[in-house]
Each structure stands twice: as structure tokens, then as C-alpha cells.
Design a protein around this ligand. Structure first.
Ligand SMILES: *[C@@H]1O[C@H](CO)[C@@H](O)[C@H](O)[C@H]1NC(C)=O
Length: 223
């Protein structure tokens, strides 16, 4: 299109040879308009891009906190979590101070663009234990925290809410749990003040209509 346009502009210039100013403007105005369009387009794209990112994180968060890499990896990337969320490795975690039914907790996490926590390695279990133990106050018994793990009777298998494969070797059930009571289909992590001394096997299966403190997990934003 531009190669076709050029000869015609040239012809126009010849025809109006006595008026070079008009000639200049015929080129300048479309050029400026084109530049403006490109700039607008870029802004719209940038805006869309940042919107996409925010969709995956809590909508109501006005502030963020970021950490440069992790001490062990020394990577040059900032990992960011919304205020009130705790960063560990590549995820952000949020703990509900109140307790709700397991399925209500998962719903609340989903409303914030997250899921109930998924534990597929020992380091994560250790991190959660030391964090959660600190939230148990004196005089409080064991606190139940909802895990993103439930029993899917159709398949006779435990399932993580984010489809992470269930790996029996990376589970931390209390000895003799999960029991096989057919109505106890949801998993919790039970923490008292001195859980550490009794080991890290803290998971139990409960009825999904029992109260637990939800722990939400979502991917940290890298910048
Ligand atoms: C299951 O967990 C164990 C222990 O953490 C790990 O060594 C193994 O690689 C895992 N298997 C799969 C398939 O992820």
C-alpha cells in the first residue's frame, strides 16, 4: 500500500509545485495521526497486560511487598505478594483468622484468585508448620487449617485442588490417618503450640462441613 501511495503523492507535489507547504502537511498529518495511534495502541496493550496479572491475584489489594530472589538461589528477580500475604519460594500464602467450612474456605480463596494450599514437598510442610505454630496462642488447643486436599470417591483417590498429582511419599498424615470413614473427605493440617516436638505428621481427614482456618496459596508475581 505504501509503495503504491508514493508515486501518487509525488504526482500531487508536481501538480501543486507552487505550494510546498500543503505538500508537507499532507505527509505530516497522517504521520502524526499514525504515531498517535501507535502510542495509544501501546498504552492499551500495556494496560491489558497489567490487568491480566492482577486477575490472578487478590483484587482488593492496594499494596504489595517484594523480595529480591531467595537467599539460596541468588536470582535477580523480585517476587511480590499482596500486603497481608506471606511469601515462600514462588508462592504467596494467606491465612484466614476465622474458621469456616472447608468448602467455604476454598470458595473464599477462589474469590481472591487463589486456592487452598497444596503441599507436595517437605520444605513447604516445614514452612507452614513453623508459621502456623506461631499463630497458636497459649491456652488454645490444636487449630485445624484447611488444606487443598479432598477425597474423590469416584476415583477412590485423594486430590489436590490445583490438580497437582497426589504423591503418597510427600504426604504428612498423622499416623493411622487418613482413616476410612466415608464421610471424612476433606484434609486439614492440625497445629498446636508444640507440634514440632511431635513431628511433622499433622494431616487429618475431617468432614467437609467442619470448621477450619483456610490457608490460600497463589503464585507470586515476578518482576
Ligand atoms: C514424590 O515425593 C518424593 C518425596 O518428596 C519425591 O522424592 C518423588 O520424586 C515424588 N514423586 C513424584 C512423581 O513427584
Amino acid at each position: 500500500m505504501s509503495t503504491e501511495g508514493r508515486p501518487r503523492l509525488g504526482a500531487l507535489a508536481k501538480m501543486r509545485g507552487g505550494c510546498p507547504q500543503l505538500n508537507l502537511w499532507t505527509i505530516l498529518i497522517p504521520a502524526l495521526a499514525f504515531k498517535a495511534c501507535v502510542t495509544c495502541g501501546c498504552l492499551v496493550l500495556l494496560f491489558r497486560q497489567s490487568c491480566k496479572e492482577h486477575k490472578t491475584l487478590p483484587q482488593n489489594s492496594a499494596q504489595w511487598h517484594c523480595v529480591l530472589g531467595t537467599p539460596e538461589s541468588k536470582e535477580r528477580v523480585w517476587r511480590c505478594c499482596p500486603m497481608g500475604w506471606k511469601l515462600f519460594h514462588t508462592s504467596c500464602y494467606y491465612l484466614f483468622s476465622d474458621s469456616r467450612y472447608w468448602d467455604e474456605s476454598e470458595k473464599s480463596c477462589m474469590q481472591m484468585g487463589s486456592h487452598l494450599v497444596v503441599i507436595n514437598m517437605e520444605a513447604k510442610q516445614d514452612f507452614l508448620l513453623s508459621w502456623l505454630e506461631g499463630t497458636v496462642t497459649a491456652g488454645e488447643g490444636k487449630k485445624s487449617h484447611c488444606l487443598g486436599l479432598y477425597y474423590w470417591a469416584g476415583e477412590g483417590q485423594w486430590h489436590w485442588v490445583d490438580q497437582t498429582p497426589y504423591n503418597q511419599s510427600a504426604t504428612f498424615w498423622i499416623p493411622r490417618e487418613p482413616n476410612f470413614l466415608p464421610w471424612e473427605k476433606c484434609a486439614v493440617l492440625q497445629v498446636g503450640r508444640r507440634t514440632a516436638s511431635s513431628g511433622k505428621r499433622t494431616w487429618n481427614n475431617i468432614r467437609c462441613h467442619k470448621y477450619c482456618h483456610g490457608i490460600c496459596e497463589t503464585a507470586a508475581v515476578n518482576i
